[in-house]
Design a protein around this ligand. Structure first.
Ligand code: A9S
Length: 182
């Protein structure tokens, strides 16, 4: 649930392992919204991670992106920046995104938006992968984000917009990862 009664609050969910929980706990200001999307995938964590870890190649599964250039760093170290180019038909052309976390051991990746001609100011997301405790060879993807609510939009509108994009991305990730194993 989202708490808005103070200027700074914390977003979190309860049903993921404690050691990873803090990655999905972010500070949220009164003019921001956040949400968490969970996507099970019938493929091992290593397979899903091989796609997620490619900070230099998000267009491999994000179909709203057509290309990506790493413009700062090597694409592996924290602080690397990529410029992604958006497919036509969307209200944006490009986005500049900074790598915040890339943890190959714990399967955590995070980036933040640092520029671009779109309306998702101060967007930051964290994606973690978990092997399902009940179903062998199944990965549970947990993706949380925080973003400023643009002027003239409501929290609800902003959440619907972002969640639609993230859900599309994770469904496409699921298809690609499952095709790699089956
Ligand atoms: O890329 C992501 O992981 C998530 C989102 C929500 C990206 C959104 C987007 O790239 C567009 C699809 C172009 C939509 C950005 C940064 C702004 C948009 O308006």
């Amino acid at each position: 649930t989202q708490h808005n009664n103070n200027n700074n609050n914390t977003s979190s969910i309860n049903h993921i392992p404690q050691d990873i929980h803090h990655h999905h706990t972010q500070t949220v200001s009164h003019n921001q919204c956040f949400s968490t999307i969970i996507q099970p995938i019938s493929a091992p964590v290593d397979t899903v991670w091989s796609i997620i870890r490619r900070f230099d190649n998000p267009q491999a599964y994000k179909h709203f992106l057509k290309s990506c250039d790493v413009i700062v760093g090597d694409g592996h170290d924290v602080g690397s920046v990529r410029k992604v180019h958006v497919v036509s038909g969307l209200p944006a052309e490009s986005s500049m995104e900074r790598l915040e976390i890339l943890d190959d051991e714990r399967h955590v990746m995070s980036f933040s938006v640092v520029g671009g001609d779109h309306r998702l100011k101060n967007y930051r997301s964290v994606t973690t992968l978990h092997s399902s405790p009940t179903c062998r060879g199944t990965t549970v993807v947990v993706e949380s984000y925080v973003v400023d609510v643009p002027p003239d939009n409501t929290k609800e509108e902003t959440c619907v917009f972002v969640e639609t994009i993230v859900r599309c991305n994770l469904l496409s990730l699921k298809q690609i990862a499952q095709n790699l194993v089956h």
